[in-house]
Design a protein around this ligand. Structure first.
Ligand SMILES: Cc1ncc(COP(=O)(O)O)c(C=O)c1O
Length: 395
């Protein structure tokens, strides 16, 4: 570990504040550091390892594809890509997919789709996209511009223009922004993940859907974090009874491989034509094979298990006096702790053998969708001990 820490410090750009652990191997929801010490994984690589680390079925699907073809090019047809696109459309009622490599890239594509839809139909000048003040949509210059947290709007300007921000829950404000004119898209996360695991209010989402429909505005739902079973539905928009014109996803889609998708509906399916967008690696056959394996296993039974695990977590944590609140949906939960910072709690939990995450002031839990219940319970016991020790130390 010490040697790796030195190499990391000397040769890797200092963009990450790392927790003091080196994960060397793992299986499912258990992982091990370089001394062989076991940890319970309550973060699944920030909602990426959908079925845990090195899940056998996923691994076999990926290896199988590696034995066939690892990469071709989007100049040629690809079997895993085509099958995956059909599966995504069949299961969501959407019509076309563009494959990317990450959440930010999927969102870049969605932004292009909204703007081109409008430019094709209404001409230039109707290019504004409204996003929410506490949102997070990625780290490229354009998705940083779309991200509505001020902290991201420093140092890297000039940013891409054409974004306006609305406060979540304020119907009057978003109505007023639409009335200003020039709006082609509204982009939302239904549960703001990086913003602190905050679900949007049903009535507010209904209002956005209504505004989009009545004004021919493209509704983009960013399902990068909420997608692929995370909230107890295949995609979070199903919890809200809305149908986006475009949704994006990444993270858990390929169960541990870099992949993203921009999924287009009835209205937007033909917006992108030849040469309008592209990616060398987008739709890579190995990643697509991994995604096919993951998506085909997110069925009703699995989703029921997500909801059961979510209820178990809430019940256990809400009974802890030091826990102020538990927010979120499914296995995307944020825990507010009275009298201790989220970072202190996570550091303490890691010391004790379990790995949660933070999201702003909250401890964030994003365990594997199939985390075995006894493992989850043990992880929560460790987390609760960490919460109690941290709050006691601050008294
Ligand atoms: C909602 C949301 N959108 C976009 C992104 C960016 O995804 P990526 O890091 O894969 O580019 C994230 C990452 O946390 C996210 O949570």
């Amino acid at each position: 570990m010490d040697n790796i820490k030195v190499l990391d410090n000397d040769y890797i750009a200092h963009t990450y504040g790392r927790f003091n652990v080196l994960i060397n191997k793992g299986k499912g929801s258990l992982c091990y550091d370089d001394n062989g010490r076991e940890y319970i994984d309550l973060g699944s690589g920030i909602a990426v390892n959908s079925f845990g680390i090195c899940d056998d079925e996923w691994k076999n699907a990926v290896i199988d594809q590696l034995d066939k073809v690892s990469h071709t090019s989007n100049l040629y047809y690809s079997s895993p890509q085509a099958k995956l696109a059909k599966m995504l459309c069949d299961r969501t009622g959407m019509k076309k997919v563009f494959f990317a490599n990450s959440g930010a890239e999927a969102n870049e594509c969605a932004i292009k789709v909204a703007r081109k839809y409008s430019s094709d139909k209404y001409g230039e000048g109707r290019s504004t996209i409204i996003t929410l003040v506490n949102s997070f949509h990625g780290r490229t210059i354009t998705t940083l511009s779309a991200t509505g947290q001020d902290v991201f709007h420093k140092h890297f300007g000039p940013f891409t223009g054409g974004f306006k921000f609305a406060h979540a829950g304020d119907k009057d404000e978003i109505n007023a922004l639409v009335k200003e004119g020039g709006v082609c898209g509204i982009m939302i996360e239904l549960v703001q993940g990086e913003g602190g695991v905050i679900p949007l209010d049903n009535a507010y989402v209904d209002e956005i859907a209504r505004l989009c429909k009545e004004n021919d505005i493209i509704l983009i739902v960013d399902e990068v974090q909420t997608g692929n079973g995370r909230t107890g539905k295949l995609y979070a928009f199903e919890n809200y009874g809305i149908k986006p014109d475009v949704f994006t996803t990444a993270k858990g889609l390929a169960g541990g491989l870099p992949f993203g998708a921009c999924v287009m509906g009835e209205k937007t399916q033909d917006v992108l034509g030849k040469g309008d967008h592209g990616s060398t690696f987008g739709g890579n056959p190995i990643c697509a094979a991994g995604a096919l394996s993951i998506l085909s296993r997110i069925d009703d039974e699995l989703l029921k298990g997500v909801t059961e695990r979510s209820e178990l977590i809430r019940k256990k944590l809400e009974a802890v006096p030091e826990v102020e609140s538990v927010t979120g949906l499914g296995l995307m939960l944020g825990v507010s702790v009275k009298g201790a910072t989220a970072a202190d709690v996570v550091n303490k939990a890691i010391e004790k053998g379990c790995i949660p995450l933070t999201a702003k002031t909250k401890v964030r839990l994003l365990p594997a969708l199939n985390i075995p219940i006894p493992v989850l319970e043990k992880g929560l016991d460790i987390l609760i001990e960490a919460i109690k020790e941290c709050t006691a130390a601050n008294k």
